[in-house]
Design a binder for this molecule. Structure first.
Ligand code: HAS
Ligand code: CU
Length: 552
């Protein structure tokens, strides 16, 4: 089955330009956000105070927004745009213009929200929970980022739809299919955050209404907030499923399994937001229980992914003559940054995912909720598994787009970067997990809480976090150096966009996988089932809304 994996090797320079525009914003956000992260860990060590009246929560908001929202959204849109161009064909002029409109909307929104954070008008953290109230321009900026991402995503969908029209009856190229699943999931999910911002937070921050229903706002946020983390994860899975096999010289274990796991993510990522609200009063426990069951359903496609990756690695290794239970492990291409950087991400995802399962278990969440354990969890998932994979992708994708080569020296620096990151994160996230179990709160500046013994016991872990944060900042400097080199200075040449092939080329993915009416229908039914009754309940029994607070 030719062409299901895409045959084109060279990228259209106009497509390359749009992806690179996204990456410049993404890596700019990484550099700035990384500096903010360093400052936070230093403050929390108790040995450092921020100069010039800059607030801890201001820095924390900048860090979360830049890393969690800006870096991710821009990187993902740039990567998926390139992946669709690579596998479904060069984007049409119309799709490309759509992409640029999306990019500029997102960029304008980022500048608006960023400015308000810098002016200390929006120190509400990246989750912007009401009743903390930011300046309305902060919310408007976030709205533009979301609307821009819809437009940006539409460009990918247009090119995918064109491929389908030109190839009736054939399954679309795997990477394009995956990109579209992620985009569709994102569009359905962001309706929740758009609703709370447009109907609640904007009118309230503009002074048009006095009070806001906090629980409605948080529920709409988490309807979006959980799929948000899968929106980050799925591009990493795109790399693990469809790109890594080609890099190592192996095969995709099963094309259909990969597609099925993405469909399961589409179905189960959204109706699970209550697992972030397990300790919240005002939501019926029966509905929390139901959403926890669905949360465990969404673990399944990750287990399928782990299975399929192990299968790819093992079959590749045995093909090279590896013997014994784990002999295949040794023959993997350990000197190739394009492999090992994402691989460290994968390996980290085993403890990271286990931590997620702990969080999702109602009783255990009572222990860890609102502690810095949760911060440790998402620095392993998002800030290690996902982000190392993004770095690994950029080490071939940036030179592919700029017509340059990843030199031996940069390859080596990339590997060093990943180990630096891993070591820094082991200190930081490890200490966060332990301190969380000892009751250390998240989202809080340095305090000894009146010299209570418990708080004093946390301090060594906070120092370990500052050590880790400093090592991580070194990692940021390295990755920015590599990015600038690959964008501007590396020698001219050709770097491949690797796209794997399935082990069994006769395997034709069932066409039902691309029956969007069916999947969107089931998704809508699941969302309505998981949310309608509890939502009515929340609104009918709502306490009077809250006025806004500016605690900084
Ligand atoms: Fe989470 C909180 C549950 C995954 C991110 N999570 C968060 C927050 C963030 C986040 C940002 O149920 C904080 C939000 C806030 O600010 O309040 N999470 C889960 C569960 C999973 C999970 C069940 N989270 C993620 C991913 C994230 C992410 C992915 C970002 C990218 N999370 C929760 C819960 C909370 C939460 C609660 C709320 C806690 C609270 O109290 O507030 C699962 O999806 C995880 C499934 C993963 C696996 C691992 C599969 C392993 C694979 C690797 C294979 C490796 C190979 C390499 C082949 C089951 C695929 C071989 C290597 C060798 C060395 C041999
Ligand atoms: Cu979640």
């Amino acid at each position: 089955m030719i062409n299901s994996y895409g045959a084109k090797a060279k990228v259209d320079p106009k497509d390359a330009k749009l992806s690179m525009a996204h990456f410049f914003v993404a890596f700019g956000a990484l550099a700035l956000g990384g500096l903010m992260g360093l400052l936070q860990t230093l403050v929390r060590s108790g040995k450092f105070e921020l100069p010039l009246g800059i607030g801890y929560y201001q820095v924390l908001t900048a860090h979360g927004v830049l890393m969690g929202l800006v870096l991710t959204t821009f990187f993902i849109m740039g990567f998926q745009y390139a992946a669709v161009s690579r596998t479904a064909g060069t984007h049409s002029n119309a799709a490309r213009t759509t992409g640029w409109v999306g990019f500029w909307l997102m960029t304008a929104g980022t500048l608006m929200s960023g400015t308000m954070i810098l002016l200390n008008e929006a120190s509400v953290l990246y989750t912007f929970y009401a009743p903390l109230q930011a300046h309305w321009i902060f919310y408007l900026g976030l709205t533009l980022v979301v609307v821009g991402s819809w437009v940006d995503g539409a460009a990918q969908i247009m090119t995918y739809a064109k491929w389908r029209r030109n190839n009736p009856g054939k399954p679309s190229p795997l990477l394009s299919f995956m990109a579209v699943i992620n985009t569709v999931m994102w569009i359905v999910a962001t309706i929740g955050v758009a609703a709370t911002v447009l109907f609640q937070l904007l009118p309230w921050s503009l002074g048009l209404v006095d009070r806001v229903d906090v629980l409605v706002s948080r529920t709409l946020f988490w309807y979006f907030g959980h799929p948000l983390v899968y929106f980050w994860l799925l591009p990493a899975y795109m790399c693990w499923y469809a790109i890594i096999p080609k890099i190592i010289g192996g095969k995709i274990f099963s094309d259909s399994l990969a597609r099925l796991s993405f469909i399961l993510f589409l179905l189960f990522s959204i109706p699970v937001g209550f697992h972030h609200q397990l300790t919240e009063p005002g939501i019926d426990p029966a509905w929390k229980f139901f959403q926890v069951i669905l949360t465990f359903m969404v673990v399944i496609p990750s287990l399928m992914t782990a299975f399929s990756l192990f299968a790819t690695f093992e079959r590749y290794g045995r093909g090279k003559g590896a013997k014994g239970l784990l002999g295949w492990f040794k023959v993997l291409p350990w000197n190739d940054a394009r492999f090992i950087v994402p691989f460290i991400g994968m390996a980290s995802f085993i403890p990271a995912g286990a931590g997620g399962i702990i969080n999702a278990s109602n009783q255990m969440d009572q222990v860890v909720h609102n502690t810095i354990w949760v911060t440790g969890h998402f620095h392993l998932t998002a800030a290690t598994s996902v982000v190392l994979t993004f770095f690994g992708i950029s080490y071939w994708l940036v030179p592919h787009l700029t017509g340059r080569k990843l030199t031996k020296a940069m390859n080596k620096l990339g590997i060093i970067q990943a180990w630096v990151w891993f070591i820094g994160m082991a200190f930081m996230s490890g200490a966060m997990h332990i301190q969380g179990l000892l009751g250390g709160p998240r989202r809080s500046a340095f305090s000894t809480y009146g010299d209570s013994q418990q708080a004093l016991d946390w301090i060594p872990y906070q120092i370990a976090q500052a050590v880790g944060g400093t090592i991580l900042f070194l990692g940021i400097i390295l990755v920015v150096i590599i990015f600038i080199n690959l964008a501007f200075f590396a020698p001219k040449g050709e770097e491949e966009f690797p796209v794997g092939e399935a082990e069994n080329l006769d395997e034709k993915a069932p066409m039902v996988f691309e029956n969007w009416k069916l999947w969107l229908g089931i998704l809508t039914a699941l969302i309505l089932f998981a949310y309608t009754i509890p939502f009515i309940d929340i609104i009918q029994n709502a306490p009077p809304g809250s006025k806004g607070f500016k605690t900084w």
